[in-house]
Design a protein around this ligand. Structure first.
Ligand code: GUN
Ligand code: ZN
Length: 427
């Protein structure tokens, strides 16, 4: 058993646009007690220290803030080295930057090198769980699972399915895509903290045969995730409408192929109507809100209040390399700006929810991670208000924890993550 002393903050539910104080718990001088990788208790240090068994080690992070490990609901590890590539919207950007970067993953050594660096950067940013795109190469999934496993991290990933409308060298076909995905599920899904996601890139790069094969796999393995992109860019949506005239919407294309169910996670979801939102909510699909990507690629504005009002599970995604940072603090700041542009609020506590418990709900992992309820896996980040001179001065001048957290999100980055723990272990 081990204890950590610091300010501690976590969400119990969605604080909403009004930042309901009963949706979170805050201990100014708190104690988090961990045993064998799980949370044993959280509360006021004054009360809990007196009850600790004699000899329990207490790590003192006084003055810092412990929050649950952050969860990235959508990110591409093969795009690590093309972050911030200039001047293109989605379909051009894929051709100019993403596909050439992904083609380099034909080399398994390159995949292993990038996977290790990627996972280390996630942890440096306080991210302890992620839902990750690989490339079309099956060994790209092996590489990211091996990297996560070596660090004890919870991670869900998959080999990309894409058999058309992309460079020849990045194509699989319906049969090999199905067979390789199936073999990867058998090899990795449920191994330690790892999970598999069936990963059709998006409906524009898969034939109907491949979408149908992905749907068959999804029905055969109901416990694995489905991970794809949905309704990100106007030109993409237009092309989908032309290609699938019988579908009432882009979401409906996935639904018809059996790809909308619990544990389906859709990145972006910018162009959806009320019927789509209701259908997604009813069938248990989730949305990854990727604000830095949506701004950087000029895609559009995510309608968080409408999605939540419809009951859709939502979490933040960085969408690196379309997104501009692996930091969920930076991503929360962009989310605030996206909502502000739509005359809505994103209070710091709701942003924290979207990066922790809300994201856990989106991934159907809320019984494992996302907050400090007893029995949850002890994944957490120790945030440092003094990580930069700017955050040190701004947070010193702030009054409430809400103000301090908002300042950290607006101004912070990986410099404000002092330490990251996975399953109770400092990494
Ligand atoms: N849609 C299909 N592929 C991609 C991708 O790699 N990034 C983003 N942002 N959108 C996509
Ligand atoms: Zn993406």
């Amino acid at each position: 058993m081990e204890a950590l002393r610091a300010s501690i903050l976590h969400c119990l539910s969605d604080p909403g646009e009004d930042s309901d104080p009963s949706a979170r718990e805050y201990f100014d001088d708190g104690l988090l007690i961990v045993d064998r990788g799980l949370v044993v208790d959280v509360g006021d240090a004054g009360t809990l220290l007196a009850k600790l068994p004699a000899g329990t080690s207490v790590t003192d992070y006084s003055g810092k803030l412990i929050v649950p490990g952050m969860i990235d609901c959508h990110v591409h590890y093969p795009q690590l080295d093309i972050i911030g590539s200039f001047g293109a919207q989605l379909l051009d950007w894929l051709n100019r930057y993403a596909y050439p970067a992904e083609a380099q993953f034909a080399d398994p050594g390159h995949a292993r090198e990038v996977a290790g660096e990627f996972v280390d950067q996630l942890l440096q940013n306080g991210t302890t769980t992620a839902l990750v795109f690989g490339t079309v190469h099956a060994h790209s999934a092996d590489a990211i699972f091996e990297a996560a496993e070596a660090r004890g991290m919870r991670l869900i990933a998959g080999k990309v399915l894409m058999d058309g409308n992309c460079p020849e060298e990045l194509r699989d076909d319906p049969e090999t895509g199905y067979a390789e995905s199936r073999a990867l599920i058998e090899k990795w899904h449920g191994k330690g903290r790892l999970g598999y996601a069936i990963t059709p890139r998006f409906a524009l790069t898969s034939s109907e045969e491949q979408l149908a094969a992905a749907g068959r796999l999804a029905a055969e393995f109901p416990e694995v995730w489905i991970h794809t992109h949905l309704a990100e860019n106007a030109e993409e949506v237009e092309r989908i409408a032309q290609r699938f005239p019988e579908s009432r919407s882009y979401l409906d294309v996935y639904d018809r192929f059996g790809l909308l169910r619990e544990r389906s996670v859709f990145a972006h979801c910018l162009h959806m109507d009320e019927t789509d939102r209701a259908t997604m909510s009813e069938k248990g699909g989730a949305a990854a809100f990727c604000p830095t990507s949506n701004l950087f690629l000029g895609s559009g504005l995510f309608r968080l209040p409408a999605m939540r009002a419809a009951g859709v599970r939502c979490g933040l995604g960085t969408d690196v390399g379309g997104g501009t940072s692996l930091s969920l603090l930076r991503t929360a700041s962009a989310a605030y700006e996206v909502l502000h542009l739509q005359e809505h609020a994103l209070p710091a506590m709701r942003a924290l929810f979207l990066a922790t418990l809300g994201a856990a709900e989106a991934l159907y992992l809320e019984d494992r991670v996302g907050n400090f309820t007893k029995g949850r896996e002890a994944d957490f980040a120790v945030l440092d208000f003094d990580g930069s001179r700017t955050t040190a001065r701004r947070t010193a001048a702030a009054g409430t924890i809400e103000e301090k957290l908002f300042a950290l999100m607006t101004l912070g980055d990986d410099r404000n993550v002092a330490a990251t723990y996975v399953a109770g272990r400092l990494v």
